[in-house]
Write a protein that binds this ligand. Structure first.
Ligand code: SAH
Length: 217
């Protein structure tokens, strides 16, 4: 890992300035993005691009989300310290690390063994106390449910019902939903029967794959 330095800090400041120009984001999210080095989470060969506002390839043909997307999803999530948050799609671990830096208790699930193992190791070397699980995100994490917030960082074809069941009443889930392209969708669990669903623009995530594809990708 390449240590943080004033050079990288300066690049982060520029990135945050750019994000401020592009949208209205939660100040606490931007502060966490200023503090947490993104270059820890990108492949060594792509570190030069770590502070550009773009998604980058990581192992297993997956991607680390674009900083704009991380700022957007984290803002829509309305995070407060000590909230219990479930993330589906650990990937590089960057999104989890931002939520952790904001003071949340983070639980994250990944379906690729290699990403699960590498990112778990990275969390441990960064002393980030984040709970990781190898498994199918569609099933959620019943042992730790219910959650205050759920964030899905892969594209679901339709609303993942089991995850709604693991959300607290009054809780919020942010999930990209759609067949090829997705719409960023915010689901507020009003009570056990009623959801308030709003959409927040188009997005383009790697697909949320079901358990049946678990062994083959
Ligand atoms: N939050 C990540 C984004 C990684 S891309 C980051 O900040 O880097 C999305 C990830 O979702 C991929 O790693 C992919 O393997 C994972 N994924 C896809 N379907 C999944 C499922 N059903 N359960 C858990 N993880 C899944």
């Amino acid at each position: 890992m390449i240590a943080d330095s004033p050079l990288y800090q300066g690049m982060r400041t520029k990135l945050i300035t750019h994000l401020r120009e592009k949208g209205a984001f939660d100040e606490n999210v931007l502060q966490a993005m200023q503090l947490m080095p993104r270059h820890y989470f990108v492949p060594f060969s792509l570190i030069a691009y770590a502070y550009q506002d773009q998604a980058l390839p990581i192992a297993c043909q997956q991607t680390i989300s674009q900083p704009y997307t991380v700022a957007n999803q984290s803002t829509l999530l309305s995070v407060k310290p000590n909230m219990k948050i479930l993330e589906i799609g650990t990937g590089s671990g960057y999104q989890s690390a931002i939520l952790k830096t904001m003071g949340a208790l983070v639980y994250t699930i990944e379906r690729h063994r290699q990403l699960y193992e590498e990112t778990k190791q990275l969390f441990s070397s960064l002393k980030l106390n984040i709970a990781t699980k190898l498994g199918d995100g569609y099933a959620g994490w019943t042992e730790f449910a219910p959650f205050d917030r759920i964030i899905v960082t892969c594209g679901a074809a339709s609303l993942p019902e089991k995850l709604i069941a693991q959300l607290k009443i009054g809780g919020i889930m942010i999930c990209p939903i759609g067949e090829k392209m997705q719409e960023m969708t915010k689901i507020v669990k009003i009570d056990n029967k009623n959801l308030e669903i709003t959409t927040h623009g188009d997005c383009n995530f790697v697909p949320m794959l079901s358990q049946t594809e678990y062994q083959s990708h």
